[in-house]
Design a protein around this ligand. Structure first.
Ligand code: NDP
Ligand code: 2IT
Length: 447
């Protein structure tokens, strides 16, 4: 799709020009700008105030060296980053990704999207993302600890409970958050809610671990019901087998779906009897092993090397929960051919623009990441509230709030799509609804 508005084309071309070699960032910006065509027509004051030009430029970009000592005594060097995108509606908030593929393009696409996602939650959180090209896989606990301490020894000066509150993402779970929190506390001599995704014993929130996956299913359930369907009896394929995938599998199964496949970056498992999640949790959460081991332990299940083959499994519902651009046009076409009814994104930007177009053209109900996976950061927001209040809500209290937030996100995205003449297009609806609140806050606050 090309821009109708020459102004939007100009904003986009400039993003490409000043951020060369950053295709993921360009992709994320392009999608949002395309959605905003009708808004810009109605609100010329936003153009005059340069709202879009400001939104596509991070308020602050931080890059730093992380040196740490491995178990053999050798010094290792990684690159650390934090892109603080927008603080119009609250302190910067967003995860830290630890993966060898991490670069500025990936973190900027994530930070940019986080602004709109956080706005959609209705909670007062700005947007940021950070991380490093460090690979926690295959490292000892001591190595992970030394890396996390070195990372925080630089990051601490840029964050704070009212400034910027990082959290987990790919490769960053409770272990990494714990080591980072410990280091921040030592340096600052301050016990404060500077990170979310903490363990329960020192300020974490019940249901944060489950939140992204559960929230994805609450959103999907709402979308299905609005269209006269439900999870009951639906054959479901979920990619990934990390934090988001595991708890999406758990809730989808509780809702009556039959989840038949999960994956990791090496390959996928197919279990026609429905995934035994206790086995997956043991392999992934306890042993930090590979998904291929599932096939060794569960009779009747099959492991296939390679990631993209998972989308050739016939299913009613697909929940991509691994990484960006994991569903391309070809995989989308296969899903459509096999009769998929709904695709909702647990990962960030897992569908390419061509894949999204394929789903939308073929009447597949499509829940975009910014809306569908916002349950994680929403519950991080609830963790921040509990830390400020110095109390803890029960699992049921947090889960109920999460469910309410996800229903609200669905309604707001769906209403915004209708209001701007694109009923059913939740990509446009989520982008517009998320944008409006941030744009208004920026207008109030001046330049
Ligand atoms: P985890 O690290 O817990 O799990 C990531 C999963 O995705 C693993 O199964 C991993 O396989 C797979 N994966 C990662 N990178 C690739 C790749 N390049 N190719 C194929 N598979 C890959 O991360 P999360 O579950 O937390 O995150 C998954 C997605 O959800 C990400 O897009 C993240 O940004 C998004 N997300 C996470 C939230 C959260 O609260 N954690 C909130 C909202 C979105 P392997 O083990 O082989 O690397
Ligand atoms: O992409 C995301 O929304 C996250 N990784 C969660 C961020 C957070 O601050 O909880």
């Amino acid at each position: 799709m090309s821009f109708k508005s020459s102004y939007l084309a100009e904003v986009y071309d400039n993003v490409v020009r000043v951020n060369p070699g950053e295709p993921e960032f360009h992709q994320a910006v392009r999608e949002v700008l395309e959605s905003l065509e009708p808004v810009i027509e109605q609100r010329p004051e936003l153009v005059k105030a340069g709202i879009l030009e400001r939104m596509v430029e991070p308020e602050r970009s931080i890059r730093f060296r992380v040196s740490w000592v491995d178990d053999s005594g050798k010094v290792q060097v990684n690159r650390g980053y934090r892109f603080q995108f927008n603080s119009a509606i609250g302190p910067y908030k967003g995860g830290l990704r630890l993966h060898p593929s991490v670069n500025a393009s990936i973190l900027k696409f994530l930070g940019f999207e986080q602004v709109f996602k956080n706005s959609l939650t209705g909670l007062p959180m700005g947007g940021a993302k950070g991380g490093s090209d460090f690979d926690p896989k295959g490292k000892s606990d001591a190595e992970v600890m030394r890396f996390c301490q070195a990372f925080m020894t630089e990051l601490y000066r840029h964050i704070g409970p009212d400034t910027d509150v990082p959290a987990g993402d790919i490769g960053t779970g409770a272990r990494e958050i714990g080591y980072m929190f410990g280091q921040y506390k030592k340096i600052m001599n301050e016990y404060t809610g500077v990170l979310t995704g903490k363990s329960l014993s020192y300020g974490g929130s019940l249901a944060r671990k489950e939140a992204t996956g559960y929230g994805l299913c609450y959103f999907t359930d709402e979308l299905l019901r609005d269209n006269g369907l439900s999870f009951e009896g639906m054959i479901t394929v979920i990619s990934g087998s990390g934090n988001v995938a595991i708890y999406a599998c758990e809730k989808a199964t509780l809702f009556g779906a039959k989840v038949v496949a999960l994956s990791d970056s090496n390959g996928y498992i197919y279990d026609k009897n429905g995934i035994n999640l206790d086995v997956v949790k043991q392999i992934k959460e306890v042993e930090r092993g590979r998904i291929s081991e599932y096939a060794d332990r569960v009779p009747g299940s099959v492991y296939t090397p390679g990631c993209s083959g998972i989308w050739s499994i016939p299913c009613d519902i697909a929940l991509p929960c691994a990484t960006q651009n994991e569903i391309n046009a070809e995989s989308a076409a296969l899903l459509v051919k096999n009769g998929v009814k709904a695709v909702c994104e647990g990962a960030n930007m897992p569908s390419t623009p061509e894949a999204i177009e394929t789903f939308q053209k073929n009447g597949v109900f499509f829940g975009p990441a910014k809306a569908a996976n916002a349950g994680g950061v929403a519950t991080s927001g609830l963790e921040m509230s509990q830390n400020s209040l110095r109390l803890s809500w029960t699992f049921e209290e947090v889960d109920e709030k999460l469910c309410g937030i996800m229903k609200n996100i669905y309604k707001n995205a769906s209403d915004a799509a209708k209001e701007f003449g694109m009923a059913g297009n939740l990509v446009a609806g989520a982008n517009i609804a998320g944008f409006m609140k941030v744009a208004d806050a920026m207008m109030w606050q001046g330049i």
